[in-house]
Ligand binder design. Structure first.
Ligand SMILES: Nc1ncnc2c1ncn2[C@@H]1O[C@H](COP(=O)(O)OP(=O)(O)OP(=O)(O)O)[C@@H](O)[C@H]1O
Length: 195
């Protein structure tokens, strides 16, 4: 049975309410004009902002699952996440296992031992993606995952997303790249006023 995430009547600030469902192996794209609440929606699903409404994973409400466990299973991958350790590799549980995936995304080998601020925005963005998938979440909430990437790097990242989906991952994607939505999404949810 593929995993299933259901969100019902999620609302916070001036956004929502929004309801949606996604199952393992599928990608749901969230569209809407700038400021319509796409990022906030992903953050509500990951339980990172106070909100009303309810999310369930395989029927189990988020409120019944310890927050850190929910957030590792329903993983929000921010467009511009924070870096706190001296090197990129120290942000990973298993830096050794990182090398293969980093190479698949076209990242230079020595970047793993580099300080985050020495990398390009696009390199950091790809490492942020790798950080988000390291603990094998069941649901991946991708917020503009390739906004700083060229087409080659974008397609490599999408290939990795597709491989994870084939392995049962459910994806919710926020992207301003219409071509990316066409390539990845099985369905599209438009929120707020039509763009
Ligand atoms: N802490 C907050 N308090 C009140 N309103 C907030 C807060 N954080 C965000 N908002 C509002 O929520 C709205 C939605 O923001 P969000 O970042 O989700 O938009 P978005 O659709 O992802 O936009 P973009 O496409 O430009 O990234 C914005 O109007 C923003 O002002």
């Amino acid at each position: 049975m593929p995993i299933a995430l259901d969100a019902t009547q999620l609302q916070c600030f001036d956004t929502g309410p929004v309801s949606l469902s996604v199952t393992g192996g599928q990608c749901l794209a969230v569209a809407g004009r700038s400021g319509s609440g796409k990022s906030i929606l992903l953050r509500m699903i990951a339980d990172l902002v106070p909100h009303s409404g309810e999310c369930r994973l395989d029927g189990v409400p988020a409120s019944a699952i310890p927050a850190p466990l929910w957030r590792s299973q329903v993983r929000y991958a921010a467009s511009e996440p924070g870096w706190w350790a001296p090197t990129i590799g120290e942000h990973f549980r298993d830096p050794a296992a990182l090398a293969d995936r980093a190479a698949q995304l076209g990242l230079p080998k020595d970047a793993i031992s580099a300080p985050p601020e020495r990398l390009s925005t696009g390199e950091r963005q790809r490492f942020a993606f790798l950080r988000a998938i390291e603990e094998r979440p069941k649901v991946l909430l991708l917020d503009e995952p390739s906004s700083a990437l060229d087409l080659e790097a974008t397609l490599a990242l999408e290939g990795m997303v597709r491989a994870l989906m084939a392995d049962g991952l459910a994806v919710i994607l926020v992207s301003h790249d219409a071509d990316q939505i066409t390539r990845l999404a099985d369905s599209i949810l438009t929120i707020g006023d039509a763009a």
